[in-house]
Structures are given as structure tokens and as C-alpha cells.
Design a protein around this ligand. Structure first.
Ligand SMILES: Cc1cc2nc3c(=O)[nH]c(=O)nc-3n(C[C@H](O)[C@H](O)[C@H](O)COP(=O)(O)O)c2cc1C
Length: 199
């Protein structure tokens, strides 16, 4: 049995294209792996807080020296890292906002890229600790970005995933969601077809 963790980040619910991809992913996955545990964390419905002084202070202090605020902040952050550590498969669903990812997803990443937990510093540089996990990134974009230097989602997410040790990452982009003509339908169908073939 595997654990699948889905991170939703579209600010939209029913109208969201990235959520259409996650819905398809979940139904395909459950059909193929009925015993697996699927957990959905919706960052639009329940955003995680930005990093602040009490969290950063608490991270650095040894156990027993944290004040009450630092303790609470650390517990909330630990919940997120524990959930990620327990996952065998990670699915990040992300709309493109201003050429990159939503700030809600960035805030989540700021919690889970944790020294000593998801990566560690070694004499030869940082080393990712999340070995053996697989990730899927399902995005929706208003325009067309395949192969463009304006895409700050895929290179960034590849880098942060690799940093914590997740090298097996498959990207599926629904492109042209805000374009006229048949771009939207074609882009969505292409993404869904790719998803059907791999997940
Ligand atoms: C605040 C905001 C910023 C956006 N920035 C971009 C952008 O930089 N490039 C782009 O192609 N589309 C952009 N879009 C369009 C979305 O990527 C597109 O509507 C996508 O379908 C949103 O994902 P969702 O359908 O899952 O909500 C933006 C949309 C919003 C609301």
C-alpha cells in the first residue's frame, strides 16, 4: 500500500482546470491502486502561514528552549513535513500565476524544505533526504509556454524537488486555458490524454 499526497493550489474550485487534472489523477489512481491512501491538502481552502520570526526562531533552537509561540509554529510546520515524509507519491497541482506558482504553494514549500528533515547539509553540499519518491506536477496555464524561458514553474519546481531528493518528476501542463478558439479544449484534452497514459 502506498500513500499519495495531493497538494491543490488553485484559488478557484469548480472552474479550475488544474483541479480537473487532479480529479482525473485521483480516480485513475484509485482504480489502479484501490488499497492506496490518498490525502488531499487544499492550500486555497486552508492556506499555510508564511514563514515568520517565531517559526524561524523555533527551527534553530534545541528542544526545550522554544517559547510557546515557537512551539506552536513548529508543530504546524512538522505536520506538513510529516505528511510529505509519509507520502510515496506526491502530486502538486498548480495554476500558473504571473509566470510562476501561486504564493500559497510557495508558502507550503517554505515549510517543507527543512534542513535536517527533508534535506541536509554535507561536506559536499546539500543532500535531499526524500529518496525513492515519485512526483507528478499538474499545471494549468492561460497561455502557451512549452519550451519558453518565461516558464518559471517547471524549472523552479524541478530544482526544489531535486533539492529534497525527488528526481522522478513528471510534468503535465494544460496550456492555453485562457486563449480563444479551440486552444482551451485542445490543451485540456492533450493534458488529460497524457495523464491517462502515465498515471
Ligand atoms: C492572478 C493570476 C495570474 C495569472 N498569470 C498567468 C501567467 O503569468 N501566465 C499565464 O499563461 N496565465 C496566467 N494566468 C491564467 C491562469 O494560469 C489560468 O487561468 C489557469 O487555468 C489557472 O489555473 P486553474 O484553472 O487551475 O485555476 C493567471 C491567472 C491569475 C488568476
Amino acid at each position: 500500500m502506498s500513500n499519495v499526497l495531493i497538494i491543490e493550489s488553485s484559488a478557484r474550485q469548480q472552474d479550475s482546470f488544474s483541479r480537473q487534472l487532479t480529479r482525473q489523477f485521483i480516480s485513475q489512481w484509485q482504480a489502479a491502486h484501490p488499497a492506496d491512501q490518498v490525502t488531499v491538502r487544499d492550500l486555497a481552502l486552508a492556506p499555510v502561514p508564511h514563514l515568520d520570526a517565531s517559526l524561524l526562531g523555533g527551527w534553530m533552537k534545541p528542544e526545550g528552549q522554544r517559547n510557546a509561540d515557537e512551539q506552536i509554529s513548529l508543530q504546524r510546520s512538522n505536520e506538513l513535513t510529516d505528511e510529505l515524509l509519509a507520502a510515496d507519491v506526491l502530486v502538486l497541482a498548480a495554476p500558473m500565476y504571473n509566470f510562476a506558482i501561486p504564493s500559497t504553494l510557495k508558502a507550503w514549500l517554505d515549510h517543507v524544505l527543512r534542513a535536517g528533515v527533508t534535506f541536509k547539509y554535507t561536506e559536499t553540499g546539500p543532500q535531499g533526504l526524500l529518496v525513492g519518491k515519485k512526483a507528478y506536477v499538474l499545471t494549468a496555464r492561460g497561455g502557451l509556454y512549452a519550451g519558453s524561458t518565461s516558464d518559471h514553474q517547471e524549472p523552479y519546481l524541478r530544482q526544489v524537488m531535486a533539492f529534497i531528493g525527488i528526481h522522478d518528476v513528471t510534468f503535465i501542463h494544460a496550456e492555453g486555458m485562457n486563449l480563444g478558439g479551440d486552444f482551451q479544449e485542445k490543451g485540456l484534452n492533450q493534458a488529460k490524454a497524457r495523464l491517462s497514459a502515465i498515471a
